[in-house]
Design a protein around this ligand. Structure first.
Ligand SMILES: [Zn+2]
Length: 240
């Protein structure tokens, strides 16, 4: 049974209005990335970091999935057990489009996590309160459930499993700065990249002076939502 590994990044949700630090949107301009996305920042000022994730969670409430989220949900329904749906995104737009098996590599905005017992629970789009307590163990050591720089990302173990089991790799809306999509693509005979812009392949060892898309079998140079029909058909043809 053929399987497909799909890895999505910020570009999947960009057309839905989900911003990142790169976009210099209002929500983000008040904050310094290392202050709110690193363990150092968290240790220095938990209140500031909590307010930041509260604002992002609230901002998510009125966002809507775009055609690319729905395309991935359609595929999951048609090919149960054949889609590895890995995302770097912390929003819930894949779930709202109907996906039931999403692996959030960097955590989830809607959930809170207990540092004492590890329990994770959904709070919707509301703010974490000052007296928030863990519903499982009653500890007050409650935090956001988004992975920060400087801490482990437990769900990364699924990346290798997905590579081992799949025969098509699809990267959507990620430039590979956090997860090296080129080195993943080179392990596959079949690969598809969806990105609106061509970007150079740059690693910590420097520039390779080639575009990322040159390492992929197929390059769809479009925004994720605009690619949805074409992408869904390609994956359909591969799995059917
Ligand atoms: Zn707990």
């Amino acid at each position: 049974m053929r399987k497909v590994m799909i890895l999505s990044g910020a570009g999947l949700s960009a057309e839905s209005g989900i911003r990142t630090f790169r976009d210099h949107d209002g929500l983000w301009e008040e904050y310094d990335v290392m202050q709110v996305c690193s363990t150092e920042g968290w240790q220095a000022d938990r209140g500031l970091v909590t307010r930041f994730y509260n604002a992002r969670r609230k901002d998510l409430a009125d966002k809507k999935p775009n055609p690319a989220h729905y395309a991935l949900a359609n595929l999951e329904k048609r090919y149960p057990g054949q889609i590895w749906n890995l995302t770097q995104n912390v929003d819930d737009l894949l779930e709202r489009a109907g996906c039931q098996n999403v692996i959030h590599l960097h955590g989830t905005l809607r959930d809170l996590r207990c540092e004492a017992c590890g329990h994770v629970w959904d709070v919707g789009y509301r703010a974490q309160t000052d007296d928030e307590r863990c519903p499982a163990c009653d500890s007050n050591r409650v935090r956001h459930n988004v992975v920060m720089f400087g801490e482990p990302a437990p769900a990364y173990r699924f990346i290798q499993q997905a590579i081992d089991e799949s025969s098509l790799f699809v990267a959507i809306g990620t430039s590979g700065q956090v997860i090296d999509i080129v080195s993943i693509a080179t392990e596959f005979a079949h690969s598809i990249l969806v990105n609106p812009k061509r970007e150079m392949y740059v690693t910590m060892f420097g520039s390779h002076e080639r575009y990322i898309d040159e390492y992929f079998e197929t390059f769809i140079q479009k925004k994720a939502g605009e690619s949805a029909q074409e992408l869904e058909k390609m994956i359909d043809d591969f799995l059917a």
